[in-house]
Design a protein around this ligand. Structure first.
Ligand SMILES: [Zn+2]
Length: 318
């Protein structure tokens, strides 16, 4: 199952909100979050151009992650009736050129030179994985083209020396590329068969869900405790007579805890305990916390002391 927005992006969003700005890891987390966000925006940007292509029965899948021996991910996979395309999306800005000496893509932004992975090597590797995956699942192979697409209009591509410059595009060229490929490759599959393949792939999407606190060596102790007020954002709100009350601006809320519990679920790999939730909500009674979680739709797993509570929206990914 595929979530609307990548779990990893949501995790970095949650961590950035809960990590104090003075924490040494904060700039790094903020950076990760922005990169994930830019990646997502880049993928979304291409959707518009895919839609413009005048090719009947194209099925397009965004951010498909499959597992076969190891995991691999396509930014966009386009399934035509006679051909397929994998697009690797790049949201870089600045001047991008090919350095024939180092055989590397380089970009210059504000006078700073920076090398990055060759996107065509990346997308060709993905294709090798996809081919093996299709063979393993008895899915018909079709001619499959691979492109790197620079979606940011502020990117300036200087790739005349790049041996395969024809496979490096800006998003505006995508509709024409697809139309030309459709002309060259008449349908082999029926639209029903193509639809079935799409459905199979989407059902077999495996979302990436990491333990990001561990990855960045951040402790629960490092994070902000207390429920922030939805109006003035100060912490903590107090629990009074079955409601949350802000001691600073007097705002009251009945459901302000939902967002915070969701963040804790994201950061705990969906294993929230009563103790953990009590610490974040600054509530002394674990039983009252348990009731709050159950009423918020959390599903209990395990018994008594070892019980964990799972957010229903995240269950498919953990
Ligand atoms: Zn307030």
């Amino acid at each position: 199952m595929k979530p609307d927005s990548p779990i990893l992006l949501q995790q970095y969003w949650a961590l950035r909100e809960l990590l104090p700005e003075q924490h040494p890891e904060y700039p790094n987390i903020s950076n990760y979050f922005r990169r994930q966000e830019a990646g997502q925006a880049g993928e979304d940007n291409l959707a518009y151009y895919l839609d413009q292509a005048q090719v009947p029965y194209l099925s397009c899948i965004k951010r498909l992650r499959l597992e076969h021996h190891s995991a691999f991910q396509h930014d966009w996979l386009v399934l035509g009736l006679g051909f397929r395309v994998i697009f690797e999306v790049k949201s870089h800005t600045g001047e991008i050129y090919f350095d024939a000496k180092s055989h590397q893509l380089t970009r210059i932004i504000d006078g700073i030179k920076e090398g990055f992975e060759d996107p065509l090597l990346q997308v060709d590797r993905q294709y090798a994985n996809l081919r093996a995956y299709f063979t393993a699942h008895n899915i018909d192979q079709l001619p499959t083209y691979r492109f790197a697409v620079f979606v940011n209009p502020n990117a300036i591509l200087r790739l005349h020396d790049y041996p395969e410059y024809q496979r490096v595009l800006t998003s505006q060229r995508v509709p024409t590329i697809l139309e030309n490929l459709a002309e060259k490759h008449p349908p082999i599959l029926s639209k029903e068969a193509n639809q079935q393949i799409k459905q199979f792939l989407v059902e077999n999407h495996r979302e990436r869900a990491n333990s990001i606190l561990e990855k960045h060596a951040i402790l629960w102790d490092d994070l902000h405790k207390g429920l922030p007020c939805p109006s003035c954002n100060k912490r903590p709100m107090r629990r009074e007579r079955m409601r949350w009350q802000c001691p600073f601006c007097r705002t009251r809320s009945t459901d302000a805890h939902h967002k915070l519990l969701y963040k804790i679920a994201l950061l705990s790999n969906n294993r929230v305990t009563k103790q953990l939730a009590s610490r974040f909500l600054c509530m002394k009674s674990p039983d009252a916390v348990r009731k709050l979680m159950v009423r918020a739709g959390f599903i209990k797993e395990g018994a008594n002391k070892n019980a964990i509570y799972k957010h229903p929206k995240l269950i498919p990914f953990y």
